[in-house]
Design a binder for this molecule. Structure first.
Ligand code: ZN
Length: 316
């Protein structure tokens, strides 16, 4: 059995499960966010011990521990550097702390990489040899599974959200301009919607005011045929396609798996328009075999991301 943790900006998901992704016990709770990582980690260790007891797992049948955590991380030293949304976490020796507590191999993985592994092992990417996953949530994280293994490059591969899709374009959260995330990331798109949504539009009505417009209101209004919402989604698909086209030419994957916003928008509003753009802009010898699928793990995603990180501890 394995223990997986998924540390989000505000929430912590902990699971005990097996290599087939069967979750025997799970827990979710807010991050204490006291800026004291040692206290947070002690609480995580106590949670994991409680879940192991709940699942009836003997200490000697625990094989490994994995942690999916926002980057930047140093996977070799097993440290979390200073993620922007984990205040007070600076060069935290997370792997050492968990190893001392459980005496098993410990593996840290960047959260988008862990999510990619989870979709590949247990979700929409099962059976693919070459998979590219894009989170499509607040930001645009990515993970590359190539030849059946996570590809890390020299450590930082998979940052697909910061591929430029315009020169000198819109400002991204990373401080650069024109990144894919600046156009299709949830945070940036929301900021644009709150500036651009016309007062009398269906999007504004659903949101309770143009200044409260969010991607989910655009998706709902587009389903009703609203012209502004359809134009916004068309622009969103267009920018996302620029990223997918570049990735298709470079990696020739079997499948793109797209998370949150794309999964919510679904086939007609998102995946089909993306498939059309891929076929229009990529050589047929590559485009014809690439599938674009929505992420499928839903509520289980953070638990399985943690367990996928744990399974990587056996790969080293
Ligand atoms: Zn960026």
């Amino acid at each position: 059995m394995w223990v997986g943790f998924d540390i989000g900006g505000t929430k912590l998901a902990i699971a005990v499960g097996d290599a087939e992704g069967r979750i025997a016990a799970r827990r979710r709770r807010p991050i204490a966010a006291r800026g004291d990582p040692r206290a947070d980690v002690d609480a995580m260790i106590a949670d994991a011990r409680a879940l192991l007891a709940e699942a009836g797992v003997a200490a000697d049948s625990l094989r490994g521990v994995g942690v999916a955590v926002p980057g930047p991380i140093d996977p070799v030293r097993g440290t979390v550097e200073s993620p922007p949304n984990l205040a007070g976490w600076k060069s935290v020796p997370l792997a050492d702390w968990f190893r001392e507590a459980f005496d098993v191999p410990v593996h840290l993985e960047n959260d988008a990489n862990a999510a990619a592994l989870a979709e590949w092992r247990f979700g929409a990417g099962q059976g693919a040899r070459h998979l590219i996953y894009l989170t499509m949530s607040t930001g645009v994280g990515g993970g590359l599974v190539l030849d059946g293994r996570l590809y890390r490059g020299a450590g930082g591969a998979g940052e697909v959200g910061h591929m430029p899709v315009e020169w000198d374009g819109e400002l991204c959260g990373c401080g650069r301009r024109g990144c894919l995330e600046a156009y299709v990331g949830g945070r940036c798109w929301t900021a644009r919607l709150q500036r651009e949504t016309p007062d009398g539009s269906r999007v504004a009505a659903l949101a309770g005011g143009a200044a409260r417009a969010k991607p989910e209101h655009v998706v709902a209004a587009a389903r009703e045929g609203d012209a502004f919402a359809l134009a916004e989604l068309d622009r969103w698909n267009d920018y996302l396609a620029r990223g997918l086209v570049a990735l298709a030419f470079v990696f020739d994957p079997d499948v793109f798996v797209l998370g949150t916003i794309a999964a919510a928008a679904g086939d007609e509003l998102c995946l089909e328009p993306l498939r059309r753009r891929l076929v229009e802009n990529v050589w047929p010898v590559i485009a014809n075999h690439i599938e674009i699928r929505a992420a499928s793990l839903g509520e289980d995603a953070p638990y399985l991301a943690g367990l996928s990180a744990a399974l990587e501890s056996a790969m080293r």
